[in-house]
Write a protein that binds this ligand. Structure first.
Ligand code: GLC
Ligand code: CA
Length: 551
């Protein structure tokens, strides 16, 4: 990041999944006027950036990540005037509005695709990726991320088109210069309208190998294999650099790339200043991978590794949650006995790390996963596909459903819980996706009034970041701790310093005296309701922040 772009270090980003935030007109679907009505919630929290998941016109095969008109608003969400009003209101409150930019693919209902598929020689013929059949079949063995082949046959052209996501999300052909011109012009129009940045969706797959070789990865249960030479090709980085040069840099936009980065060197390629790509990156890891491999030690190693790699040059997007992951308190914390303390614990841990914190709607009140009783109750295409693959691999329906309940992206997409009424105050109609019945106890209204709520913990953390530049600018280190000891970290920006100790477990643990030697005044504790830090042991999921004297 260049010195002039230092302001990104002061952001706290709140992500809204518009479909599930607040419904203003009783049709069961969240919308833009709903967001406008609830902007006070963001203001109270203290965030200064808002990332909106897609609100463009879309037939909603993948909840707006399938765009049929980049210059218009989804009917269910409202109108362009509603968007303008929201943008204006954000501006007044000092909230930077960040749009999701989905340009790896469009909807198959986008007029470009409708034209492209009609014949081989129309003006938009090259806007998508078309290949002839090979021996009467798909051009190669690649699997779509959402199941089945990544190729779909179109009789009008006698050809297949490539879709890395669902078949209603055909990949755009970035090799086509005319297409790139349209996309760049579109981005400029949004910048003209006052957009403050883009979260750039699924951006690692823009460049495709011309020959589309078969993948050597083992097949999925349905016979297709995930691509082994698609993500992070040099050509993709070149396209991102072109966007940076032509749009991001001249318009001074904040950019967050959603990237597939199997190791830290690849992550660096997207965010090192000299490469002129993104300000920060959200590495995408499929939920099932995290559920199976996650541990506090691994988390610590990953944080340490990305810190070392980017501390001289680069920046971090910090998040535990988004619309593609299970709820953080259910995944990394304990949504039962330690629900409140573990939710605060995770907030305190994340907000102590170097980088820009992202808060996903509902995490600030500790919203949890929801186990829906039948697979038909799940709306997410990814969940349904995974379920099908698990059945094909021989799992019985009950076990496959249990897995879906754990992994489903719908866990994060249940409507926001505003109050204790049946639909959580989200809608007066029938919600598009079931509201978690625990809205009777977990909701915004109660937590706004309760000085010891999770919501208040988030407010304090965000306020602390504003008061103490050590959190946004300070140096970072994990202190050496052994097994059975808490995680400990320091942030330093002389003369200021901060110490955080974290017991990432359900067992109490002793805090070695050496950790507390330089600790000053306790600032915040996940046990504030119980009177705060008492020492010398940490209770289950106890997190404590102290002032610290840097040497
Ligand atoms: C990204 C989005 C996800 C979407 C996919 C396809 O991973 O976060 O929700 O399904 O891209 O656009
Ligand atoms: Ca609505």
């Amino acid at each position: 990041m260049t010195a002039e772009k230092d302001w990104i270090k002061d952001l706290v980003v709140y992500q809204i999944y518009p479909r599930s935030f607040y419904d203003s007109n009783g049709d069961g679907i969240g919308d833009l006027p709903g967001i406008l009505q609830k902007l006070g919630h963001l203001e109270e929290l203290g965030v200064n950036a808002l990332w909106l998941s897609p609100v463009y016109r879309s037939p909603n095969d993948d909840n707006g990540y399938d765009i049929s008109d980049y210059q218009d608003i989804m009917e269910e969400f409202g109108t362009m005037e509603d968007w303008d009003r929201l943008q204006e209101a954000c501006q007044k409150r000092g909230i930077r509005l960040i749009m999701d930019l989905v340009v790896n693919h469009s909807s198959d209902e986008h007029p470009w695709f409708v034209e492209s598929r009609s014949s081989r020689d129309n003006p938009k013929s090259e806007y998508y990726i078309w290949r002839d059949p090979v021996q009467g079949r798909e051009p190669n063995n690649w699997a779509s991320a959402f199941g089945g082949s990544a190729w779909e046959y179109v009789p009008e052209r006698g050809q297949y088109y490539f879709h890395y996501f669902s078949k209603k999300q055909p990949d755009l052909n970035w090799a086509c210069q005319d297409l790139r011109e349209e996309l760049v012009a579109m981005m400029h129009k949004w910048a003209d309208k006052g957009v403050g940045g883009f979260r750039v969706d699924a951006i690692s797959y823009l460049d495709k190998p011309l020959d589309f070789p078969d993948s050597a990865l083992p097949p999925q249960p349905d016979g297709y294999s995930f691509p082994d030479c698609l993500a992070g090709r040099p050509g993709t980085h070149a396209y991102i650099q072109e966007l940076n040069r032509r749009v991001f840099a001249p318009r001074q936009l904040l950019t967050v790339g959603e990237v597939s980065a199997p190791h830290v060197e690849e992550l660096c390629r997207y965010v090192r200043t000299a490469r002129e790509e993104f300000d920060m990156a959200i590495p995408f890891v499929p939920p099932m991978v995290e559920i199976d491999t996650w541990s506090p030690q691994k988390l610590k190693r990953d944080i340490e590794e990305s810190w070392q790699a980017l501390r001289e040059d680069g920046w971090w997007a910090r998040f535990f949650s988004n619309h593609d992951k299970p709820r953080q308190v259910s995944l990394y914390g304990d949504d039962g006995a330690y629900w409140e303390v573990s939710a605060k614990f995770l907030a305190m841990f994340l907000h102590s790390l170097p980088g820009t914190p992202f808060v996903y709607q509902g995490e600030e009140i500790g919203m949890t996963n929801l186990k829906l009783p039948r697979i038909e109750d799940y709306k997410d295409p990814d969940t349904r596909n995974r379920y099908r693959q698990l059945l094909l691999s021989g799992l019985d329906p009950e076990a496959a459903l249990a897995r879906a309940q754990l992994e489903s992206r719908d866990n994060a997409r249940t409507p926001m819980q505003w109050d204790a009424t049946e639909n959580g105050g989200f809608t007066t109609g029938r919600p598009w996706l079931q509201v978690n019945p625990n809205t009777r106890t977990i909701h915004v209204e109660a937590q706004r009034q309760d000085p010891h709520s999770i919501f208040q913990c988030y407010r304090r953390l965000i306020a602390l970041r504003k008061e103490q530049p050590v959190l946004s600018r300070g140096d970072f280190a994990f202190l050496e701790t052994g097994p059975g000891e808490p995680l400990a970290l320091t942030r330093t920006l002389p003369p200021e310093g901060l110490l955080g100790i974290f017991n990432f477990s359900r067992q109490p643990c002793q805090v070695p005296a050496r950790l507390l030697e330089r600790a000053g005044e306790p600032l915040l504790s996940s046990y504030d309701r119980e009177g705060g830090w008492q020492g010398p042991a940490l209770r289950p999921y106890e997190a404590a922040l102290f002032r610290w004297k840097p040497v």
